[in-house]
Write a protein that binds this ligand. Structure first.
Ligand SMILES: [Zn+2]
Ligand SMILES: [Zn+2]
Length: 327
């Protein structure tokens, strides 16, 4: 299925630019002041189709367009519009049809952003939040907090080269959330989860397998569940198994009938195999803001504390924070 990601730079108030004359292209108030954002844009759109509304495309300096290493798509009402090195479309549907298995990067301007936000296939917004207030008249629609979650923010301090503070923010449409990097404990895992969200493939579903194929060995399975030895066990555990449903379930409400008895059967088998006399079972389910899950696909955890360790095994619930970090 085709997916779209919006990439946009705004100020604190979601201002994206100034376009006093609607028949001409607009300008960006922080033009030339944030090379770090230019590099970010390049890295995030690399090898992906990029789509611009015609006036936005024409506001790119001629020596930089079409953007290299990316298919340049221009969204316009003009039936006969044709620019060498670019593809013309007259609707977002047309663009999605052209790239059914790719991530379409939606690059503005204001009108295209508004159309894209109405499309459920557009489920990620990469916002560069320029930390200031500027003058202009073109805005990005402030994202509705009931529908969108800010799952990551990467702050960059102004320096000799970059005149503004900024943050690279990742918003995901709630219904499309597969992972929650806010619950990850290392920067490497955060980066891995962001990549997974961009791939739109659940890492616990059979066609995803990003987390389970390489690092985590499948130690038992039946028709409903599979169990792995996690590569990120809780501290002080002798065994930490994660038992994952083979279909994409996100909350306990979806776990019914045979799922329960088959879960129990799998767990008992593991206990026998490892001669376990007891342990602790917990499940992360539902809203990841509450459950502390990094993957929004139901998983049971079974922890057998290491009896030789001089401290208790320890799991956290709710959103992970560094110890002593204020909420
Ligand atoms: Zn990993
Ligand atoms: Zn899944």
């Amino acid at each position: 299925m085709a997916h779209g990601t919006i990439i946009v730079a705004t100020d604190r108030n979601w201002l994206i630019g100034d376009r006093p004359d609607p028949t001409l292209s607009g300008t960006t108030p922080w033009q030339g002041q944030l090379p770090v954002d230019m590099r970010y844009f390049k890295a995030q759109t690399k090898n992906r189709p990029v789509i611009f509304a015609r006036p936005t495309y024409e506001s790119i300096s001629e020596k930089h367009r079409p953007l290299i290493g990316r298919t340049n798509v221009i969204w316009t009402r003009q039936e006969t519009y044709d620019v060498e090195g670019t593809t013309t479309v007259h609707s977002l549907d047309e663009a999605f049809d052209l790239f059914p298995n790719q991530e379409l990067m939606i690059c503005g301007g204001g009108h295209l952003y508004r159309v894209a936000l109405e499309d459920p296939r557009v489920d990620i917004v990469l916002r560069t939040r320029v930390d200031g207030e500027f003058n202009g008249n073109v805005y990005f629609p402030a994202l509705d907090e009931d529908e969108w979650r800010l799952i990551h923010s990467d702050f960059r301090q102004a320096d000799g080269e970059n005149l503004q503070n900024c943050a690279f923010e990742t918003y995901v449409r709630k219904s499309a959330m597969l992972v929650d990097p806010r619950n990850a404990r290392t920067p490497e895992y955060v980066a891995e989860l962001l990549k997974i969200q961009r791939s739109r493939k659940c890492p616990f579903c059979p066609d995803g397998k990003t987390l389970t194929a390489g690092e985590d060995e499948i130690i038992a399975q039946n028709n409903f569940w599979y169990a792995i030895r996690t590569h990120t066990p809780v501290k002080g555990a002798e065994h930490h198994w994660v038992i994952i449903s083979k279909t994409h379930l996100t909350s306990l409400q979806e776990v019914a009938g045979a799922y329960w008895s088959e879960m129990e059967r799998l767990l008992r088998g593991l206990q026998r195999m490892h001669e376990v006399t007891g342990g602790a079972l917990f499940v992360r389910e539902g809203d990841t803001e509450v459950s502390g899950a990094t993957v929004r696909h139901i998983h049971f955890n079974y922890v057998v504390p290491d009896s030789k360790a001089n401290q208790a095994a320890c799991a956290w619930f709710g959103q992970y924070r560094e110890p002593n970090q204020s909420p």
